[in-house]
Design a protein around this ligand. Structure first.
Ligand code: MTE
Ligand code: MO
Length: 375
């Protein structure tokens, strides 16, 4: 069976599906550390995890003047570059969108995201060495070693402009948080495309092609695209929609969890709320606003983030806010907390899922709302 060589996984990862393995960590732990521990980092596999002997590993590169094959040693011999980047699945927070109306896809909570320091060779260095010239009409296709039942590999593509941009920080990564990649996260090499939807960060990378067209893989053409709320499965035409690349601004409340009994933590009656915020395209988070009275009053969170210039800010931001609880709220016992993040382009999350609903349940970035009990 193709499933007989799946890796061991952390007991705390909650599977959304077992074959292929898809799982997220408990959201309550997600904002505890700026760098998500490797074994708690969500896993999103479409196919069985391939078994790769690092001695036999080869990466084929097509494009530019010549074809080339790189070994793992060859990649490690290139200048090493590190980037802090959050990877987020296009379906993160889908379970909240489903409440408006059913969608097709794995029921992810807010944990299909993690933040790590990735290290490896820069794709722009490798492509330039190949003699690849800038061309805004071209794409870079990535293929993985994981094969579907018809022997087609997992595949995706990004614009060549992103791949060649030194500030794009696209890397052929062999380390995650200073450790070798684990099998679930793409051992021995995966491409990290910072600021871009998880689906383009191809694991178990075996082939790179500079091409005139996007990848023709199912996941580039017929999945990971957004649609109008009025588009349904009878009317949908995947060829009419752009493939998701940069992700929109989002945030989530990690603690307290929905339904939690929360103590006010001082005489004035404040509660402490923590979470994460992130935006695609290298856009830095500039503010996270919280309310516990449906937007009558807003409280600005304190941010924990890397000191990196905007445009190249690929890591997530953790945040902490203290919200005052009124006497009336304390008596009633119920409070609903809302979070919304703002990025450096002053993009802000939409208020509700109704107006961004789409049949695949992707790009689910409305305000995060959590109901708690005050004790
Ligand atoms: N690469 C390969 N080869 N096969 C896959 O199934 N899944 C993609 C991407 N790269 C996938 C892949 C998707 S949809 C996501 S969200 C990320 O990997 C998840 O990365 P992670 O499992 O390391 O968190
Ligand atoms: Mo994904």
């Amino acid at each position: 069976s193709p499933w007989s060589q799946e890796p061991q996984r952390h007991a705390l990862l909650k599977p959304a599906s077992k074959r292929p393995f898809n799982a997220e960590p408990p959201i309550g732990l997600l904002a505890d550390q700026f760098y998500t521990p490797n074994d708690l980092f969500y896993v999103r596999n479409h196919l069985p995890v391939p078994v790769i002997d690092p001695e036999d590993y080869e990466l084929e590169i097509e494009g530019g003047a010549k074809e080339k094959t790189l070994t793992l040693e060859g990649i490690k011999a290139l200048p090493k570059h590190s980037v802090t980047a959050a990877i987020m699945c296009g379906g993160n927070r889908r379970s909240e969108m489903t409440k408006v109306k059913a969608v097709k896809g794995l029921s992810w909570g807010a944990g299909a995201v993690g933040n790590a320091k990735w290290s490896g060779a820069r794709l722009c260095d490798v492509l330039r060495e190949q003699g690849v010239q800038p061309d805004e009409s071209k794409h870079v296709i990535f293929e993985g070693a994981d094969l579907d039942p018809t022997s087609h590999p997992y595949g995706a593509s990004i614009p060549l402009a992103k791949a060649l941009d030194p500030r794009g920080d696209v890397i052929l990564a062999y380390e995650m948080n200073d450790e070798p990649l684990s099998r679930d996260h793409g051992f021995p090499i995966r491409v990290i495309v910072p600021g871009t939807v998880g689906a383009r960060n191809v694991k178990w990378l075996t082939r790179i092609v500079v091409a005139d067209k996007e990848s023709d893989s199912h996941w580039q053409q017929n999945d990971y695209k957004g649609f109008s709320p009025s588009t349904d499965w009878d009317t949908v035409d995947f060829s009419k929609s752009d493939a998701i690349q940069a992700m929109p601004v989002t945030s989530a409340i990690c603690t307290p969890q929905p339904g939690a009994r929360v103590k006010v933590d001082d005489d004035e009656g404040h509660i402490t709320v923590r979470g994460y915020a992130w935006s695609g395209g290298g856009r830095k988070i500039v503010r996270v606003d919280l309310t516990n009275d449906e937007g009558v009053s807003w409280h600005v969170a304190e941010l924990e983030q890397e000191e990196i210039p905007d445009g190249r800010h690929y890591g997530w931001s953790l945040w902490t806010a203290r919200l005052p609880v009124t006497e009336a709220q304390r008596k009633a016992g119920d409070v609903e907390i809302w979070a919304k993040a703002v990025d450096s382009a002053y993009n802000v999350q939409p208020e509700k899922f109704e107006h961004i609903w789409n049949l695949r349940g992707v790009l689910a970035n409305a305000y995060h709302k959590v109901k708690v009990k005050i004790v």
